[in-house]
Design a protein around this ligand. Structure first.
Ligand code: ATP
Ligand code: FE
Ligand code: MG
Length: 349
């Protein structure tokens, strides 16, 4: 079954055509150069850009796949969570195309898409496995049980991992998005130069939450460090040492929680997803720690880690195979828990 999927939940206008776990085309029009001017994603600008791009990106996806509408079995779109205005553009396009071409329609949860990205790099993978989702808006440990069946075991209490990279980069005046800049600066720095708090989440009964994370304290600690260094001397800030120490702290904290979670639940595979999966320190620490615990860690190709429509199509293919389709009056939602995924489907094919 060939699925055409549209993803417009944030700042990439993306359309892909996928046959189960095989990608026929994957077009992403990124708006990063535009949002860079503002230092972050501006929702209203994002919606307008999606509107300008969507028709062209759909055409390009069909051309790249060398398929006509007659070969498309269903049309899917991200419908939650995300920026409402941005989601609406993709969803309206998907519903319209489904009506015009008389195809089934499926709404997909964005995070389920990020989980499915792993299958695109490793088509033989099957649940159960642990998903470590580290993106601009999420930092979650998800027990993947089956298509549509997810248990969130850990999450961030405040900022997401990617958001922490972006905020720290902003306070170091490194530009947007922060992750890639910090990652490359850190390569010249000493990760042990500064000791920073890992961001443990205390429990009311004492001790720490084993899987939850908090990054706002770490961000504040970097701010205090910068202020202290600036007061102490007029030398230039040791940016690469700060970047390396910050990155090391995040990577080690994420690694520790993911490994503990996998071991506690008897899961032998960890699939990493989201933009922060690109981080070299996270890749290094997680790979090393997994190997010593006989856990297999899977990093999908980077183009499937950041937002794309191939991952949405891949999730839709699995739902469609099970007879799940969505009503054409499906609403977009800015927030939606992963445990509610099955609410999106109300009819059989
Ligand atoms: P969500 O899926 O939660 O809504 P998103 O889709 O916007 O969020 P992504 O596009 O997956 O998030 O990831 C973007 C984030 O990844 C940004 O915060 C960016 O700084 C971060 N990032 C990208 N590359 C790296 C890297 N090499 N190291 C660390 N972070 C990175
Ligand atoms: Fe995303
Ligand atoms: Mg993005």
């Amino acid at each position: 079954t060939n699925i055409l999927a549209i993803e417009t939940s944030c700042d990439e206008t993306a359309v892909a055509i996928v046959n189960n776990r095989q990608v026929y085309s994957n077009v992403v029009a990124s708006q990063i150069p535009i949002h860079k001017l503002y230092g972050g994603v501006v929702p209203e600008v994002a919606s307008r850009q999606h509107l300008e791009n969507i028709n062209l990106v759909v055409t390009q996806a069909l051309e790249q796949a060398q398929l006509g509408w007659d070969r498309i079995d269903a049309i899917a779109t991200t419908c939650a969570p995300g920026l409402v205005g941005a989601l609406l553009v993709g969803q309206t396009a998907a519903k319209t195309l489904a009506m015009i071409h008389n195809k089934s329609f499926l709404g997909i949860h964005h995070l389920e898409g990020h989980i499915y990205a792993t299958y695109l790099g490793d088509p033989t993978l099957e649940p159960p496995f642990l998903s470590l989702l580290v993106s601009g808006g999420h930092t979650s440990l998800i027990y993947v049980k089956d298509c549509g069946v997810y248990e969130t075991l850990g999450q961030t209490r405040d900022d997401a991992a990617g958001e922490a990279f972006d905020k720290v980069a902003r306070l170091l005046q490194l530009g947007y998005p922060g992750g890639p800049v910090i990652d490359s600066l850190a390569k010249q720095g000493n990760p042990r130069a500064f000791k920073l708090p890992e961001g443990k989440v205390s429990l009311p009964e004492g001790g720490y939450h084993p899987y939850d994370a908090s990054f706002s304290g770490l961000k504040t600690a970097v701010l205090r460090l910068v202020q202290k260094l600036e007061n102490e001397s007029s030398d230039e800030l040791p940016l690469s040492d700060i970047a390396a120490s910050f990155q090391e702290t995040v990577a080690k904290g994420l690694t520790k929680r993911a490994i503990k979670c996998a071991l506690d639940y008897g899961l032998t595979k960890i699939a990493v997803g989201g933009g922060v999966a690109a981080n070299s320190a996270l890749r290094h620490h997680l790979s090393e720690a997994s190997a010593s615990q006989d856990i297999q860690v899977i990093f999908p190709p980077l183009k499937f880690c950041t937002d794309n429509a191939a991952m949405i199509a891949c999730a839709a293919a699995d739902h469609f195979k099970r007879g799940h389709t969505s009503a054409l009056n499906l609403k977009v939602r800015s927030r939606m828990h992963l445990s509610q995924v099955m609410e999106l489907y109300d009819s059989k094919i």
